[in-house]
Write a protein that binds this ligand. Structure first.
Ligand SMILES: [Zn+2]
Length: 364
């Protein structure tokens, strides 16, 4: 840089001034001790409003036309050198900071603690989450609804006729005052209706939750129990989709390689309806391995009810039943957990004794 431009001589764009500005910037960058320092140096020397090179660029327009090209090139070279030096220093200081954080924030995972076991997760919660995960992995969303439900959601919209026996006080717990139409939901199926009313189609939801019936507690009955159900409504859904979904579900619940079968059944909200049976995971239906306490020598375990969503249910939710179809599947969580873990008494699940839950608590 030995040919000073007369018009620029002495100004911020002459070679000597630029060289001095670059040298000063490089020295400041090298001297920055940490990222905070570097941010200040950047403002003062690289691209801050008062940086010498930024001020020099503002003078470019005032140079005589014939001098602008050379001055612009010199300025760009200078800016490039300073920016490169800043990037290099930034990388160095960031690496130093990261290395320091690793040392300073290290946690000694071998330190002994005196943590006491607070309890255990409830086996139904553990099972429910595991099954929900299976559906979420297939693209389903989790849906929930209230446990105190309106008769319309619990029965009417699900195609239960007004005189259906399930709607009697024999089976259903009504909420006072009488006549408000409020019930403790007898199944998780009202969540299906809520999902269809509130979500855009297609709908793929899995609904776990607590449900209630007017039952007295004994070894196999409880007035409160857990259910889990899934609902898929889309264009072109068939029974084959239901079957495929249930195979994945059965493998997650009882293990792989087990045959499933559908037995004709009846539910008000599905048509056709079926019971899902899964081959007994204990004896696999082989008489040589029986007597079998899991399936009482049936060779099959009843795993839940399912079917194609009745068009009346779709219509109740305002859906065009000529265009959309769907399937639903529901199951009792206690029953599945009893089968899976050989639990004899359903009341163990509601007693709240932590000694019952502890052996299940670590299962994820
Ligand atoms: Zn068996």
């Amino acid at each position: 840089m030995t040919d000073p431009q007369p018009a620029a001589a002495g100004g911020p764009l002459d070679p000597a001034s630029l060289e001095a500005a670059v040298a000063e910037a490089l020295a400041a960058l090298a001297a920055a001790a940490d990222l905070t320092d570097l941010a200040a140096v950047r403002a003062a020397h690289v691209d801050g409003r008062s940086a010498a090179l930024v001020l020099a660029r503002q003078k470019l327009g005032s140079l005589p036309r014939e001098d602008r090209a050379d001055a612009g090139r010199r300025l760009n070279d200078a800016l490039g050198a300073v920016r490169d030096a800043h990037a290099t220093r930034l990388a160095e200081l960031t690496a130093e900071r990261d290395a320091r954080v690793l040392v300073e924030e290290r946690v000694d995972v071998t330190m002994p603690t005196r943590r006491r076991h607070a309890g255990a997760r409830h086996p139904l919660a553990v099972l429910s989450e595991r099954l929900v995960d299976t559906f979420v992995a297939m693209g389903y969303e989790v849906a929930e609804g209230p446990e105190v439900e309106h008769d319309w959601f619990n029965f009417e919209a699900l195609n239960f006729y007004p005189d259906h026996p399930a709607r009697s006080e024999h089976d259903t717990l009504f909420v006072e005052p009488a006549g408000t139409g409020r019930v403790l939901r007898t199944h998780t199926s009202p969540v299906q209706v809520r999902a269809l009313l509130s979500r855009p189609l297609p709908v793929y939801v899995v609904a776990p939750g607590r449900t209630y019936r007017n039952d007295t507690v004994d070894a196999t009955h409880s007035p409160v129990f857990g259910q889990l159900e899934c609902l898929a409504v889309d264009e072109g859904i068939t029974m084959a989709d239901l079957r495929g979904t249930l195979e994945v579900f059965a493998a997650e619940l009882f293990g792989t390689g087990l045959t499933t079968r559908l037995r004709p059944s009846y539910f008000p909200f599905t048509e056709p309806s079926a019971e899902l049976d899964v081959q007994c995971f204990n004896c696999r239906g082989e008489s040589a391995r029986q007597p079998c306490r899991v399936c009482s020598d049936e060779g099959w375990i009843e795993a839940g009810g399912c079917g194609m969503v009745d068009p009346n249910v779709l219509r109740a939710a305002g859906i065009d039943a000529t265009r959309y179809s769907g399937f639903a599947f529901g199951m009792g969580l206690e029953r599945a957990a009893m089968m899976r873990h050989g639990v004899r008494e359903i009341r163990d699940f509601v007693d709240g004794d932590v000694r019952f839950s502890l052996p299940f608590g670590i299962e994820g």
